[in-house]
Design a binder for this molecule. Structure first.
Ligand code: NAD
Length: 300
C-alpha cells in the first residue's frame, strides 16, 4: 500500500485530504501539533504522530525514518495573516524553517514526491485578475513572504534532484470543519457564533473555492506527469456583500454589522487554466458548496 504523510492533517483542508486519501486506499500518516487543528478532525484510520511540531527537527527525522512515505503533502503552517504581521519571526520559523525540515527529511528518507500548499498571497496586488502563475510574485504580508520562501527552497536544484515537487496556490478555501474563531476565512466567519461583520464597502472580491475541489486537485497532483506550480481557484470574483447575500438565501436572513474600511486587496481571483488543462475543474458551484457548508455548521 502506498504511504502518504500529511502535515497539518488535523486542520481544515488537511483533514479532508486525509479522508480522501484513505478512501483511495492509501496508508496515511499525520504530523500536526494541534495548534489550530482538532483531534475531532483526525481520521481514525490514519496514524497520528501526536502533537509533533514541524520545527522539531529530531522528531520529524524520526517520523520520516519510521513511516517512509512515498508522497508528502505539506500543509502545516502558520496561516494567520495578522499574526504574521505581529510576529513575523514565529511565522518564518514555522513556514520556512518548519518547511525545510519537512523537505530535507522527505528527500533523505527517499520520498518520491512532495506537494506543498502555498497561497494566492504570494502574488502582487498589481497583478491582472484572474491571476495566472506567470504573474509577478510580490507578497504584501510576512505570511505571503514565508509561503513564497518555502516555494523557492523547494524549487532549488538541491531539492529537485531526486524529489519531484508540486506547488499548489489555492485561493480562498471554504467548507465544513473550517475554524470560525479568531482570524478565520470569510465564509466560516459568516457562519460562526459571532454576528457577521462586513468591512468597508463590502465590494472587495475574493475567489471562493470549495474544499472538496481543492482535494481533487491534490489527488491529481500525485500523478507522475504533474510537476511545477499550479493555481487552484474558480476564477470567479465574489464580493463580501454578494457572499453574505448568498448565505442568507440558504440560511435565512441574518443581522450584519458594518465595520471600518481595512487595508486589503480590492480584487482577487485565480486563473487555473494550467491545472484545468491537466484535467482538473471545480465541480462545486458556490451555491452548492455553501449549501453543504451551511448544513455542516448547523450540526456542529
Ligand atoms: N484556508 C485557505 O483559504 C487557504 C488558502 C490558501 C492556502 N492555504 C494553505 O493551506 C494549508 C492548510 O490551511 P488550513 O486552512 O487547513 O488551516 P488550518 O489552520 O486548519 O490547518 C493548519 C494545520 O497545521 C497545524 N500546524 C500549524 N503549525 C504547526 C506546526 N508548527 N507544526 C505542526 N503542525 C502545525 C495546525 O494545527 C493545523 O491542523 C496551509 O498551508 C495554508 O497556508 C489555505
Amino acid at each position: 500500500m502506498n504511504k502518504v504523510l500529511v502535515t497539518g492533517g488535523a486542520g481544515f483542508i488537511g483533514s479532508h485530504l486525509v479522508d480522501a486519501l484513505i478512501n483511495h486506499g492509501y496508508k496515511v500518516g499525520i504530523i500536526d501539533n494541534l495548534s489550530t487543528g482538532l483531534k475531532t478532525n483526525l481520521n481514525p484510520r490514519a496514524e497520528f504522530f501526536e502533537r509533533v511540531d514541524v520545527r522539531d527537527k529530531e522528531k520529524i527525522l524520526e517520523i520520516f525514518k519510521k513511516f517512509l512515505p512515498e508522497y508528502v503533502f505539506h500543509l502545516a503552517a502558520q496561516t494567520r495573516l495578522r499574526r504574521s504581521v505581529e510576529n513575523p519571526v514565529e511565522d518564518a520559523q514555522i513556514n520556512i524553517i518548519g518547511s525545510l525540515n519537512v523537505f530535507n527529511y522527505a528527500k533523505e528518507g527517499g520520498a518520491k514526491k512532495i506537494i506543498l500548499f502555498s497561497s494566492a498571497g504570494v502574488y502582487s496586488s498589481e497583478c491582472n485578475v484572474p491571476t495566472a502563475e506567470i504573474e509577478e510574485v510580490k507578497p504584501f504580508s510576512p505570511y505571503g513572504a514565508s509561503k513564497l520562501a518555502a516555494e523557492i527552497y523547494l524549487r532549488t536544484s538541491f531539492f529537485n534532484s531526486g524529489l519531484d515537487s508540486v506547488i499548489l496556490r489555492p485561493s480562498n478555501v471554504y467548507g465544513p470543519r473550517q475554524n470560525s474563531e479568531g482570524e478565520a476565512g470569510v465564509v466560516a466567519k459568516f457562519l460562526g457564533k459571532e454576528q457577521p461583520v462586513i468591512y468597508g464597502s463590502g465590494e472587495h472580491t475574493r475567489d471562493y473555492i470549495y474544499v472538496k475541489d481543492v482535494v481533487s486537485a491534490c489527488l491529481l497532483a500525485m500523478q507522475d506527469d504533474i510537476k511545477g506550480i499550479f493555481n487552484v481557484g474558480t476564477g470567479v470574483e465574489t464580493s463580501a456583500n454578494n457572499l453574505f447575500q448568498k448565505i442568507c438565501d440558504i440560511k435565512g436572513d441574518m443581522n450584519v454589522s458594518r465595520g471600518p474600511e481595512v487595508k486589503e486587496q480590492a480584487r482577487s481571483a485565480l486563473n487555473s487554466t494550467k491545472l484545468r488543462e491537466r484535467g482538473w475543474k471545480p465541480e462545486y458551484s458556490l451555491e452548492q458548496g455553501l449549501r453543504e457548508t451551511v448544513e455542516w455548521f448547523r450540526n456542529h
